[in-house]
Design a protein around this ligand. Structure first.
Ligand code: GAR
Length: 226
């Protein structure tokens, strides 16, 4: 099925923004290769030249671009240049995959309804950083990740899907981060992007529609081992 925002394409044009390891990017690339995500990753952009995800993109034959903040006078100039670089790809979807910068409101407005993010917590719990340590400190029994549309409020846009798992008794922030990455994030992000690419999930001026109906609560996936 063609993406909602496109009239004459059979696959969605996807731009992915990264800052680091790119394990979510790899899951996205693998889903495309497997035919589970009807999209083409047309460009990967990083704010850091050392991001290991850039190598993952190159291995998959995806063009990359590095835009370094220090090459721009201020945040507004950087975000405008980043937005122009993305817009040049005519994307249907812009996926933040561990892109560790806050984007200004002009940027968010320009890509409204196309801009999605994965966040390593069960939003609205634990917005911001150190989500795994904070989940443990709070004694959360379940923890996970959320894919949400990006709005001007940090980590507060509507969630499309959340995946969760039970926090183990002997859990550390690192073990939890690893399990959330492999069991939750790498599963729910390709799934969310597939729903958007297929036109099953759509953005309706601040609200998500799923299969044509308003999505009242995020779709939830239980990611505990069988
Ligand atoms: C992921 O855990 C992602 O959810 C998180 O950064 C990591 C990136 O890993 N994103 C955020 O915290 C955004 N606020 P990756 O580069 O290996 O995909």
């Amino acid at each position: 099925m063609a993406p909602k925002t496109s009239t004459d394409r059979t696959t969605a044009r996807l731009v992915v923004l990264i800052s680091g390891n790119g394990r979510n990017l790899q899951a996205i690339l693998d889903a495309v290769t497997a035919g589970a995500l009807p999209a083409e990753v047309v460009r990967v952009i990083s704010n850091r030249g050392t991001a290991r995800g850039l190598e993952k993109a190159r291995r998959a034959g995806v063009p990359t671009r590095v835009l370094r903040p220090r090459d721009y006078p201020d945040r507004a100039a950087y975000d405008a240049a980043l937005a122009d670089t993305i817009a040049a790809e005519s994307p249907d979807i812009v996926a933040l995959a561990g892109f560790m910068r806050i984007l200004d409101s002009a940027f968010v407005q320009r890509f409204a309804g196309k801009l999605v993010n994965i966040h390593p917590s069960l939003l609205p719990r634990h917005r911001g950083l150190d989500t795994h340590g904070r989940a443990l400190a709070a004694g959360d029994e379940r923890h996970g990740a959320s894919v949400h549309y990006v709005t001007e409020d940090l980590d507060a846009g509507p969630c499309l899907i959340q995946g969760s798992l039970r926090v183990a008794d002997d859990e550390t922030p690192d073990s939890l981060a690893e399990r959330v990455m492999t069991r939750v994030e790498q599963r729910i992000y390709p799934q969310a992007l597939a729903w958007i690419a297929e036109g099953r999930a759509t953005w309706d001026d601040g609200r998500i529609r799923f299969d044509g109906r308003p999505l009242e609560t995020p779709i939830h996936v239980d990611c505990d081992p069988d």
